[in-house]
Design a protein around this ligand. Structure first.
Ligand code: B12
Length: 210
């Protein structure tokens, strides 16, 4: 696992994928690889960035290594042949280009049997509104990694309300800077500190948990 973290921090994409495959092969669970490998490595990358030792290019190549690694991890996380348990629309909010956390949430939801529509990154409030109108999900998930883009979450919820769609859908929010207090302040239905929490909330909305 430590080697995996080092490979991610170095941005070594192919070896990251190979290491994940080897860990899976040796019986390490995909959730452990996610938490102790990928998430822990990206936390270290964030600390190095904050300390001025890493710059944007280093963050970017680490992120690319994670993306490549996730291609290997995804089939293990997502069980096939399950009846969809409900629909979720997910996106990183306007102004935000971070998508690793969002993608992990999506994989975890898919792994639990949800159909997920991924709107991608830098998603304007109107695009969330269009997707909710068209696809009628039970849950909308908003991700933000910047303190500045957290404000887009508020804007998105307000835009859903103005469109008359807010009461028909549950809104969950998450991302490193997001807190329960913030979720309460902007009227979100759920704040989740990690991908599992997003899954548990979606399951409870679907009446399958809690
Ligand atoms: C990788 C990275 C990048 C990459 C992103 C690549 C990509 N494709 O995602 C690049 C290089 C593009 C980047 C750019 C920038 N970044 Co950046 N980045 C990071 C870094 C190192 C890791 C983020 C990450 O992937 N974490 C791992 C994932 C798994 O964690 P996560 O996203 O938090 O998600 C988990 C939970 O939060 C939760 N979750 C996430 N979303 C949701 C949604 C729901 C509904 C729920 C329930 C849960 C949930 O579940 C996930 C899994 O458990 C962080 C540092 C950090 N540790 O957060 C900085 C960080 C977020 N970036 C930062 C900054 C400043 C920037 C830039 C402004 C830098 C610049 N000067 O250009 C730009 C902004 C670009 C933009 N407009 O978005 C700062 C933000 C500071 C702040 N408080 O606002 C951080 C914190 C670094 C730092 N320590 O200063 N970044």
């Amino acid at each position: 696992m430590e080697e995996l973290r080092t490979l991610i921090k170095e941005g070594n994409a192919e070896e990251t994928a190979g290491r994940i495959a080897a860990l899976l092969e040796s019986g390490v669970g995909p959730e452990a690889i996610m938490k102790e490998g990928i998430i822990a490595a990206m936390d270290e990358v964030g600390e190095l960035f904050a300390a001025g030792e890493y710059f944007v290019p280093e963050m970017l190549i680490a992120a690319k290594a994670v993306k490549r690694g996730l291609e290997v991890l995804k089939p293990a996380l997502v069980k096939s042949g399950m009846e969809p348990r409900g629909k979720v629309v997910m996106g990183s909010v306007k102004g935000d280009l971070h998508d690793i956390g969002k993608n992990l949430v999506i994989m975890t939801l898919e792994g639990a049997g949800f159909e997920v529509l991924d709107l991608g990154v830098d998603v304007p409030p109107a695009a969330f509104v269009d997707a909710v109108r068209e696809h009628a999900p039970q849950v909308v998930g908003l991700s933000a990694l910047l303190t500045t883009t957290m404000l887009s979450m508020k804007e998105t919820i307000e835009t859903l309300r103005e469109a008359g769609l807010r009461d028909g859908v549950k809104v969950m929010i998450g991302g490193a800077p997001v807190t329960q207090e913030f979720a309460d302040a902007i009227g979100a239905d759920h704040y989740g500190p990690h991908a599992t929490s997003a899954k548990d909330f979606a399951l409870s909305v679907a009446g399958l948990k809690g």
